[in-house]
Design a protein around this ligand. Structure first.
Ligand SMILES: *[C@@H]1O[C@H](CO)[C@@H](O)[C@H](O)[C@H]1NC(C)=O
Ligand SMILES: *[C@@H]1O[C@H](CO)[C@@H](O)[C@H](O)[C@H]1NC(C)=O
Ligand SMILES: *[C@@H]1O[C@H](CO)[C@@H](O)[C@H](O)[C@H]1NC(C)=O
Ligand SMILES: *[C@@H]1O[C@H](CO)[C@@H](O)[C@H](O)[C@H]1NC(C)=O
Length: 211
């Protein structure tokens, strides 16, 4: 019994698992990769078995039959465009190592503004915690651009101070970006943040376009 328990604990604790959240309609590069000299495979876990997605040899990923046109030959796993049906469980094999990657495709909320206007970026992530504090974190390109805690009422925006909590929308994490510039374009992720400053659960995403 004890041996069985130990085996289970070891199996669980050595699970190499990661979540990735690409955005529908965008391109996406997996941060996970094999070493240059390793033979590798990316497979998709389906009810009837594993389906080959791409193969890694001599430092290059080559798409499998069903993924030509969507995955480009490249040194990392690069999807040219993400479809909704790309959600699922993938298995990455590099040499003798195996990693499970859970892919959850996020559907963006589109916001389009003209240059110089203000943009409201709504957060659809459920943020309320039991202690009634709301902590939100906004990121673009994996960079934190805004953090906000409703209990301390402390925000931390970009250096130029153009980002703030949306006036009158205090408790749901919505933010406002003033005098939008062309270079502000991109996908903004709203995460729930816990008291230790860690991200929790899945984010929501706003795709900002500037005309
Ligand atoms: C997902 O949908 C796209 C577009 O409809 C299609 O081209 C592609 O083959 C599908 N992929 C899978 C894995 O079913
Ligand atoms: C958001 O923009 C993308 C890219 O322009 C488009 O494909 C998608 O249909 C838009 N989504 C909605 C809900 O309008
Ligand atoms: C943008 O927001 C600022 C500060 O809230 C406000 O003073 C300004 O009038 C707004 N600009 C536009 C174009 O709405
Ligand atoms: C936001 O917080 C980070 C780290 O906590 C700090 O380095 C940065 O200066 C802060 N930015 C602003 C605008 O206060």
């Amino acid at each position: 019994m004890l041996t069985l328990l130990l085996t289970v604990i070891i199996a669980v604790s050595t699970c190499l698992c990661e979540d990735v959240q690409p955005v529908l309609g965008s391109s996406f590069t997996f941060s996970q990769n094999c070493e240059n000299d390793e033979e590798g495979k990316l497979l998709r876990s389906e009810p009837h078995g594993e389906v080959e997605v791409a193969v890694h040899q001599r430092g290059v990923w080559t798409p499998a039959r069903g993924y030509r046109g969507q995955i480009l030959q490249s040194s990392s796993i690069f999807f040219r465009r993400i479809f909704y049906n790309d959600s699922g469980v993938y298995v990455l094999r590099c040499g003798i190592q195996t990693m499970r990657i859970q892919v959850k495709v996020l559907i963006p909320f589109n916001v389009t503004v003209k240059e110089g206007e203000n943009a409201s970026l709504p957060c659809f992530t459920p943020l309320k915690a039991a202690n009634k504090c709301v902590c939100a974190r906004w990121e673009i390109n994996k960079q934190v651009v805004f953090e906000w805690n409703s209990c301390t009422d402390k925000g931390n925006g970009t250096a130029d101070g153009r980002l703030s909590v949306s006036p009158g929308r205090l408790l749901n994490g919505d933010i406002e970006l003033r005098q939008v510039k062309k270079e502000d374009q991109g996908d903004y992720f709203c995460y729930k943040q816990n008291e230790d400053g860690e991200k929790e659960g899945d984010p929501s995403v706003v795709s900002l376009k500037v005309n």
